[in-house]
Design a protein around this ligand. Structure first.
Ligand SMILES: *[C@@H]1O[C@H](CO)[C@@H](O)[C@H](O)[C@H]1NC(C)=O
Ligand SMILES: *[C@@H]1O[C@H](CO)[C@@H](O)[C@H](O)[C@H]1NC(C)=O
Ligand SMILES: *[C@@H]1O[C@H](CO)[C@@H](O)[C@H](O)[C@H]1NC(C)=O
Ligand SMILES: [Cu+2]
Length: 196
């Protein structure tokens, strides 16, 4: 992984960076996100696409453009489907999907990958697709270049039964979620998809 090859000086230059899905293309900010979350939040995410959620609610609350009914910062950091309609993946039930994550600064903690109903912010399917209850992005492993490869390159299996959900673009995302326990920072990155 590129970031693991960077010298420490280069890491220091990106000190606010932490993690993001790198493949498939994750949700990105745009005009629809500005309309829902306000420009302050979108500027913050644009400056550092890998940064955490904490701090965004305060930015949003102080921004007249923030619409609490349209922007849930705890789901995909508030990023909206409207900016990402060109990046909807189509998967079949039972399909194995390869996901790559870029970790640039570690904070050991818990992580998971889930299918989420974007309207209700609830889990879709029988269980999260993957769970790391602890030990994700461990600083000691990271700086020794020993982060287990399966933390940043893994396959998830689309469940056979999603209860009829995820047929319409924007309805569901695959969300990668990571919480650095000591740092108290939450990272979220989302893939738009439908099942067909
Ligand atoms: C999984 O992710 C959700 C957010 O989508 C979070 O609230 C939950 O605590 C996580 N569970 C674990 C076991 O990490
Ligand atoms: C990930 O890789 C580690 C070894 O680096 C292994 O111990 C662990 O079982 C693997 N986890 C999964 C979910 O494949
Ligand atoms: C993901 O699945 C593909 C296709 O089955 C396989 O070649 C690859 O090794 C898998 N990757 C991981 C990280 O398990
Ligand atoms: Cu941090």
């Amino acid at each position: 992984m590129l970031s693991q090859l960077l010298p420490l000086a280069a890491l220091a230059a990106t000190a606010s960076a932490h993690g993001l899905i790198s493949s498939p293309t994750p949700r990105r900010p745009g005009d629809a996100s500005v309309a829902a979350c306000g420009r302050s939040v979108v500027n913050d995410i644009t400056r550092d696409q890998t940064s955490h959620v904490e701090g965004l609610p305060e930015l949003a609350a102080a921004d007249a453009g923030y619409r609490a009914d349209a922007c849930n910062l705890w789901l995909c950091r508030g990023l909206q489907f409207g900016d990402n309609a060109a990046n909807v993946q189509t998967y079949a039930p039972g399909q194995s999907v390869n996901v790559r994550v870029t970790l640039t600064i570690p904070h050991v903690g818990a992580a998971n990958v889930s299918i989420v109903d974007t309207r209700s912010d609830t889990l879709v399917g029988p269980a999260p697709l993957l769970v790391w209850p602890s030990g994700y992005a461990d600083e000691r492993q990271f700086y020794a270049r020993q982060t287990p490869a399966n933390q940043t390159n893994f396959n998830v299996t689309i469940p056979q039964d999603l209860g009829g959900k995820c047929a319409v673009p924007g309805e569901c995302v695959i969300q990668w979620w990571w919480y650095g326990t000591g740092a108290r920072q939450t990272y979220e990155s989302c893939i738009d998809f439908i099942v067909a």
